[in-house]
Design a binder for this molecule. Structure first.
Ligand code: GTP
Ligand code: MG
Length: 297
């Protein structure tokens, strides 16, 4: 048996969360075209007869602009030393950029094995372009680092990636019961699904400025009743989120409810409220309230 922790590290938007969902064959984490979709470390557990891979999805590494940004960076940093293997996920359709260089230099100078995962190769038509881009990533490291080329979106070559991961993991018993895929609670899932619907329906600064909190979750036999609050930073954002005659808030609520009903496999009543919490991304107390604070041991 093989088992261990595999941290997925990379710039925002390179496809870390998409990869986790693709490998597990189900949506464990939210993935959107907006940078900084992921805000917390989330585990996704993959179990086969060969053993168990505990993937740790992390927020995209990015220069922090506020306290929330510092938390996001810390979440990625914390995942590295605890890992048995690191997947350095990159956008293989582009050459390495400043962000990739920073990650290689500041986060990945470690003795923990690394695999460079060239993602989004479906976007490139010419194979020589992938190889040219690959060189720019390989030269970020002094050691020779193995490489796997994949498309997290289509699933291309993810089987090869899994083989490579098992090959590198230590011998060991499984760490979680074999039927466990995630440790996220329905409250966590609800907050993320609502945030996803907001991200998909808004643009500019709004995706970065919202936080969602479930205030009450009443589980009943035939229906789950959920009361949640969307927090934004300014009154003008509240107006945009509500939309003309309440239309956007209604759309967000409906989309979230439909998906939650599928997950819960029963009817869901979802009541959303919007509140302004000025500059919450800069305030320790707000970050703590939204769960964006490292746990103290
Ligand atoms: N064409 C293509 N698009 C991809 C691929 N993988 C991910 N994407 C897209 O890239 C965007 C970002 O994907 P995410 O999985 O949210 O990226 P992430 O690295 O988790 O981003 P953060 O959580 O913000 O750090 C989404 O629009 C995905 O559909 C891929 O292999 N090919
Ligand atoms: Mg993500």
């Amino acid at each position: 048996m093989k088992s261990g922790f595999v941290a997925i590290i990379g710039r925002p938007n390179v496809g870390k969360s998409t990869l986790l969902n693709q490998v597990l064959g189900q949506k464990i984490v939210i993935a959107t075209d907006k940078a900084q979709t992921t805000r917390k470390r989330i585990k996704g557990i993959y179990t086969t007869s060969e053993g168990q891979i505990v993937f740790v999805d992390t927020p995209g590494v990015h220069k922090p602009l506020n306290k929330l940004g510092e938390f996001l960076l810390d979440e990625a940093k914390i995942a590295v030393p605890d890992a048995d293997l690191i997947l350095f996920l990159v956008d293989g359709s582009e050459p390495a950029g400043k962000g990739d260089k920073w990650i290689a230099k500041n986060l990945l100078q470690t003795d923990i094995p690394i695999i460079i995962v060239m993602n989004k190769v479906d976007k490139i038509k010419k194979p020589e372009k992938v190889e040219a881009n690959l060189l720019t990533y390989k030269t970020l490291f002094e050691k020779n680092i193995p490489v796997v080329r994949i498309s997290a979106k289509t699933g291309r070559n993810t089987d090869t990636l899994l083989k490579n991961i098992f090959h590198k993991l230590p011998q060991g018993d499984i760490l979680y019961p074999e039927d466990v895929v995630t440790e996220e609670t329905m409250r966590d899932v609800t907050e993320e699904i609502i945030r996803e619907k907001i991200l998909l329906n808004t643009s500019d600064e709004i995706p970065h400025s919202v936080a969602v909190k479930v205030d009450n979750y009443f589980e009943q036999e035939n229906i789950d009743k959920i009361y949640a609050t969307i927090y934004c930073e300014q009154k003008s954002q509240k107006g945009i989120l509500i939309g003309k005659g309440g239309s956007l808030l209604k759309k967000i609520g409906t989309e979230a409810r439909i998906e939650l009903e599928k997950i819960a496999d029963k009817k869901v009543f979802l009541k959303l409220e919007i509140k302004v919490e000025k500059d919450w991304r800069k305030k320790d107390a707000s970050l703590k309230n939204f769960g964006y604070q490292e746990e103290q041991n």
